[in-house]
Each structure stands twice: as structure tokens, then as C-alpha cells.
Write a protein that binds this ligand. Structure first.
Ligand code: BDR
Ligand code: CA
Length: 337
């Protein structure tokens, strides 16, 4: 009788919390990144969303430019967003096995096109990103930490190689990377992050961690337009000005290369997915990464129709609500200095 009354009371409490619009607990998040124009926009969106995202740390990796520059740009983004309490750990200076490649032709020599860069006030956190991932994930509650992966997957792969048991601390890994229906952006079939370190992507894939991929298939459907850039510019704060300047410089190359009316903001879709998954759709598929030398190096092979009859190992996102994405980005950028 007493138990029954207790359960009733718990039910009533739960109902009243829900009807009072009680917030879900924020996502416990580590952002691994190689800023990078679209990485910085992604960092802005994440840092402007403290109610939903508890950012434990930003970890940096060599990718779009060398590690010193991606680490500086991550610290700059943090300073620009007024979130200097978030530690930035520098990680791997090069991929696991392949010769390093960079994307200065797209992101500029400094890794951040369209805006002036300078040395940020605050330095890096002491210690290395790979060690940070191992220590944090091995002492975390089971399946509690989400990792947003916005660059080559080298840091997490190194952590998994040294301490495979850290998978237990990970809730899920959300990756910007790969391409299937769209074709590649660095070779005809490979997307840059996978091409820059396919061996690392394989280690993460084979670890069995819960994985979601936001590939070019979706990022090339979530494009800027003059109206969308104006929507951001109209916010008229320092963050919105920087985003517009960065994007105006960044999207040009893709618009020309693909003949499309606007450009993708790739990495930012990962953060939007965390904040509003209802903007995106995809399906669970079996995916493989080609790390053999040759013309398909770095390709993601996605068994969309289940031809191989293998159990799915990633959620592969193919559709995104572009205007919903830009509405979310604008609303959040309005909160930044
Ligand atoms: C990805 O490659 C990088 O150049 C971007 O920052 C993004 O992470 C897009 O292919
Ligand atoms: Ca990136």
C-alpha cells in the first residue's frame, strides 16, 4: 500500500516536472576538432548552447592546417565566444600512418579564412589530448560522454589503441565525415576527414562504439544562401560578423567547384544534430572504410540497401532541414558577444 502511494507520488512529480518544461540533463561533451572555418562555426554553435551541451574540453588535431594552428584557432574561437573556462588540449600532430595532408587551399594558410587571427590570451591546457581522452573516458560513468568528431579521428583512435576499455565511458561518437551518394570532396570518392586519416577512422569504427556519421550526403544539402547569410549578419554582434566573414570566404571554393548556389558548413551540422536531432534523418547501415592505397583510399563504403546482410555499425545521416539549421544557428549566435 505504502509502495503504491510512493509510486503514485513519483508519477505525479514526474508529470509536473514535464509539464513545467523541465530540461533534460545537458549532454556531457568533448569536441575533437581541427579549426578550420566550419569547425569554428561549429564551436560557436556549441559554446552558445550551455543549457544543452556541457563542453568538458576541446581537443585539437592536425587536419585542415598543422596542429599549432588548429590549436590556436580553437583557443581563438573560445576567446571570441567568451568561454575561456573550457580547456583546450592539443593532440596528435600527424595521422596514424599516412603522410600528412592539409587543406590550406580551402581554409587559408592560417586555417581561418576571412578574419584576422592573433595569438589568444589564454594558452593550452597542460597535458595531451590523447591522455586527456583516456583519463576522462576511463573514469567516466558508463556510456556517459559524447564525442563530437569534427576532423581526422586520430586522437580518439590513439586513445582506443592504448586503452580499448575507454569505449565503456563513451555514450556515442558523432562524426563529420565520409561520403556515399554525394561523392567525395578531396578525391572523386573520399571526403577530407576520412582521407586525412582512414586508419584512425577504422580503429574507431572497429571499437564497437555507437557511431553516427554526418557525411557530405547531408552537408551538401544544408547550404548557405544570400538570405541565410543576411539572417546571420542582421544579428549584428561580433560573433555573427565573424561567422559571415568566415563563411563568405570559405564557401566560395565549393560553390565554384560543384556549381551550387551556396556552400556547406559541414562540422556545424554535428552540433546541430546534438541540439536538434529532429532536423535530420538517416538510417542504420553497415559501413566500411577503404584504407588500401589506390584511387579509393579514404572512401566510405555504405551498404545503404543492406545488400551484404551485415548488422549496421553506423547511423548514416542523409537528410537535413537546411532552413531549420540556419534558424538554430542564428538564434544561438545571437547569444554570443
Ligand atoms: C571536412 O573537412 C574539413 O576541411 C572540414 O573542416 C570538415 O571537417 C569536410 O570534408
Ligand atoms: Ca573540420
Amino acid at each position: 500500500m505504502l509502495n503504491c502511494a510512493k509510486r503514485l507520488l513519483q508519477g505525479v512529480l514526474l508529470m509536473s516536472m514535464l509539464s513545467a518544461g523541465a530540461q533534460a540533463a545537458p549532454i556531457d561533451l568533448i569536441i575533437d576538432t581541427d579549426p578550420g572555418a566550419d569547425d569554428v562555426v561549429a564551436l560557436f554553435l556549441a559554446m552558445a548552447s550551455p543549457d544543452e551541451l556541457k563542453i568538458r574540453a576541446i581537443t585539437t588535431v592536425a587536419g585542415n592546417v598543422r596542429l599549432e594552428k588548429t590549436s590556436r584557432n580553437a583557443r581563438l574561437a573560445r576567446e571570441w565566444a567568451g568561454r575561456e573556462e573550457i580547456p583546450v588540449y592539443a593532440g596528435a600532430p600527424r595521422p596514424l600512418l599516412r603522410t600528412p595532408i592539409y587543406a590550406a587551399d580551402i581554409h587559408g594558410e592560417e586555417g581561418l579564412p576571412g578574419v584576422a587571427v592573433s595569438e589568444p590570451q589564454k594558452g593550452l591546457a597542460n597535458g595531451n589530448a590523447v591522455r586527456y581522452l583516456i583519463d576522462t573516458l576511463s573514469s567516466a560513468k558508463p556510456h556517459s560522454i559524447t564525442v563530437a568528431m569534427l576532423g581526422p579521428q586520430t586522437n580518439l583512435a590513439l586513445a582506443l589503441i592504448e586503452a580499448p576499455e575507454i569505449v565503456n565511458g563513451i555514450k556515442e561518437v558523432i562524426v563529420m565525415g565520409g561520403a556515399h551518394f554525394n561523392g567525395g570532396n578531396i578525391t572523386p570518392v573520399a571526403e577530407f576527414n576520412l582521407f586525412a586519416d582512414p586508419h584512425a577512422a577504422e580503429v574507431v569504427l572497429k571499437s564497437g562504439v555507437k557511431l553516427t556519421y554526418l557525411p557530405l550526403d547531408v552537408t551538401h544539402k544544408v547550404l548557405t544562401s544570400e538570405a541565410r547569410l543576411k539572417q546571420i549578419a542582421d544579428l549584428n554582434n561580433a560573433a555573427s560578423k565573424r561567422v559571415v566573414d568566415i563563411l563568405n570566404a570559405y564557401v566560395k571554393a565549393d560553390m565554384k567547384h560543384y556549381g551550387i548556389p551556396g556552400g556547406p558548413v559541414h562540422d556545424t551540422t554535428v552540433i546541430a544534430y546534438l541540439l536538434k536531432p529532429e532536423l535530420f534523418t538517416g538510417r542504420q547501415v553497415f559501413m566500411q572504410v577503404d584504407s588500401r592505397d589506390g584511387p579509393t583510399f579514404g572512401q566510405t563504403i555504405t551498404d545503404w540497401y543492406g545488400t551484404l546482410k551485415q548488422p549496421g555499425n553506423v547511423t548514416w545521416i542523409t537528410e537535413g532541414d537546411a532552413q531549420g539549421f540556419f534558424d538554430l544557428l542564428s538564434a544561438r549566435l545571437a547569444r554570443l558577444p
